[in-house]
Design a protein around this ligand. Structure first.
Ligand code: ADP
Ligand code: ZN
Length: 304
């Protein structure tokens, strides 16, 4: 009856599953995103895997309300396409929603993955008590989902919240998008890895960079402090423009925990323009496991 299918399409894997009206994951699976096959073939694999999972769990499609799809931007939710996500080049302009619809007999809603994750944090996570918040994921890139006045803000084509390409420092180098100084070019997990590797002259992961900083390495401490400041700057711009009462931060880099949240909270408390903005709570996301899948299912289970 009240079951939603969630499908989270990513550059490395596709997570899918069945989620009930309370957010419980009834069954789930995942597939490697195989970029050597066409997106049409990948959609067939996903649809087959979803059908098989339903069968194995004794679920029928007549029990299901619809399919929610979370996908990386840039995309075009009006036409059900991914337009030009950098990690899924072979999918550019492919009509994902139409292809899925031809194989699975259910209504489909698709949104940007960060937008879907914001809805999941509202539903079951760190933003349940808030009607005005921003969800930020600091991971391979940086993305945001915006929830204001009790509603998701998606924009005309589903691309609202592409905060990773907001400029924080034009002198910081040219981003993969071609513009100089983007937030994600300077403060994402990929950016931390790149800068740490350049500084130490050997391969260093973002996690190791934080560990070295915690052990007192001066170059890594400087890098980490700089990155925290840049994360704070991005948050202040978002606070000044959108006036949320809370910012929820998730993604791999947020695993660093307290040092990051304390530094960003401190930056915001100094530089947000309005006194109320300076008190914006900066909190960790609560949905870690299955966040993408639950976010996708939230598009069906929650009104937005
Ligand atoms: P995805 O971007 O595929 O959603 P993640 O949210 O796990 O994946 O983000 C991956 C990025 O986060 C990588 O750049 C990685 O270096 C960084 N990262 C993952 N875990 C940690 C950690 N514990 N500490 C710092 N950085 C991390
Ligand atoms: Zn950019």
């Amino acid at each position: 009856m009240g079951i939603a299918v969630g499908i989270d399409i990513g550059g490395t894997k596709v997570a899918f599953g069945f989620v009930d009206e309370k957010g419980g994951v009834l069954a789930k699976g995942s597939l490697k995103t195989d970029l050597s096959v066409s997106p049409g073939e990948m959609i067939t694999r996903i649809a087959d895997a979803v059908k098989q999972l339903a069968e194995q769990n004794g679920l029928s499609f007549s029990d299901m309300k619809g399919i929610g799809v979370g996908a990386p931007g840039p995309l075009d939710t009006q036409n059900g396409k991914l337009t030009c996500p950098p990690n899924l080049k072979s999918w550019w302009d492919f009509p994902v929603v139409e292809a899925l619809k031809s194989q699975l007999p259910l209504p489909i809603k698709m949104e940007n993955d960060a937008t879907a994750a914001a809805l999941a944090e509202k539903w079951l996570g760190a933003a349940q008590d808030s009607d005005h918040f921003i969800f930020i994921t600091i991971s391979t890139g940086i993305g945001a989902g915006i929830y204001l006045h009790g509603k998701l803000l998606t924009g005309s084509t589903g691309n609202a919240g592409d905060a990773g390409h907001m400029i924080v420092d034009p002198a910081g180098g040219v981003c993969t998008c071609g513009q100089a100084g983007c937030w994600e070019w300077i403060a994402s997990g990929t950016a931390i890895t790149r800068q740490a590797t350049e500084l130490l002259g050997r391969d260093v992961t973002s996690k190791e960079a934080f560990q070295l900083a915690a052990q007192g390495d001066s170059q890594m401490s400087e890098l980490v402090d700089r990155v925290f400041t840049y994360i704070g700057m991005g948050c202040v711009s978002l606070i000044n423009i959108l006036d949320p009462d809370k910012i929820v931060i998730g993604g791999g880099v947020s695993q660093v925990g307290e040092p990051l949240f304390a530094a960003v909270q401190s930056y915001v408390s100094k530089y947000a323009l309005n006194p109320s903005g300076r008190q914006t709570a900066i909190v960790p996301a609560q949905l870690q496991q299955d966040a993408g899948l639950i976010g996708a299912a939230a598009l069906i289970q929650q009104s937005y």
